[in-house]
Ligand binder design. Structure first.
Ligand SMILES: [Zn+2]
Length: 266
């Protein structure tokens, strides 16, 4: 019998690491020693080596490259699989109040108004009552843009700030990412039962002000109106008002706007 030490010595650690990563990334019932590639043409290298007439090697991008880039873009957006399914064509508009239909129209027009790099020319804000489909519509915009190869970062306000507070070491990096993204989607701005702290206001201002000065588009949903946003911080509210001047829908009205409650009613 070999001792454990001897046995370990005889193993190729690189192969073991490779198998371990395969194990965690493939379904457990599949054989682990058969290496699985998403793309067999380039073995996930995204480049294919070819030779020219005088036998010199050169690399050409594989056809899977675009698809992989789209996947990376989707992963970095932090949009969950549930939200990836929110599209324009599965937004229910039949029987909804006209304000909701107006919001849908604004969202559709918004994605028709892109520059030559497929980046929106300004911001869009859907404000007002909960349950009107604001998140669905802005998700539809985000998914549409991602499919065109535009970088979108999704920032759910409450969860996003909880995460920032739990990782203060990376505060600067995170704020920088949110400032720089081609498109930033802030969901449920200033939501929360608790009072909004100076820290949250300062960081939100840093993001909004940077994007305002650099003319970088934002997608914003909030239960607050522009006046409500200004009450919390005038600098933030007034900049959002200006950034989203062409696409700003305020969903006012009673409980009849709330689709979720309608669905639950007997
Ligand atoms: Zn490939």
């Amino acid at each position: 019998m070999k001792s454990l030490k001897e046995e370990i010595k005889g193993l190729d650690m690189e192969k073991i690491k490779e198998k371990a990563s395969l194990l965690s990334s493939t379904i457990k019932t599949e054989p682990v020693d058969e290496k699985k590639y998403h793309c067999h043409k380039c073995k996930d290298d995204e480049w294919i080596i070819k030779k020219n007439e005088d036998d010199r090697e050169y690399a050409v991008p594989c056809e899977c490259r675009k698809e992989r880039a789209a996947e990376r873009l989707m992963r970095s957006s932090r949009i969950t699989p549930e939200f990836q399914s929110k599209r324009f064509n599965n937004f229910v508009q039949e029987g909804r109040p006209y304000q909701v239909v107006e919001a849908l129209k604004a969202a559709c027009n918004y994605v028709r108004d892109l520059d030559d790099k497929n980046i929106p020319k300004g911001g869009i804000a859907l404000l007002g009552r909960p349950g009107c489909g604001k998140t669905h519509l802005l998700m539809a915009i985000a998914n549409y843009l991602l499919a065109l190869g535009t970088q979108v970062i999704y920032f759910p306000f409450v969860e996003g700030f909880n995460e920032i507070k739990a990782n203060l070491d990376s505060l600067e990096t995170r704020i920088y990412q949110l400032q720089q993204a081609d498109v930033l989607y802030i969901d449920d701005l200033f939501k929360g039962r608790k009072e909004i702290t100076d820290f949250v206001i300062e960081q939100t201002f840093a993001i909004i002000n940077y994007r305002y000065l650099e003319k970088k588009p934002i997608l914003i949903s909030s239960e607050k109106t522009i006046a409500g946003l200004c009450e919390i911080d005038e600098g933030i509210g007034s900049r959002i008002n200006e950034m989203c001047r062409d696409y700003r829908v305020i969903l006012q009205g009673g409980i009849e706007l709330n689709y979720r409650l309608q669905q639950e009613a007997p």
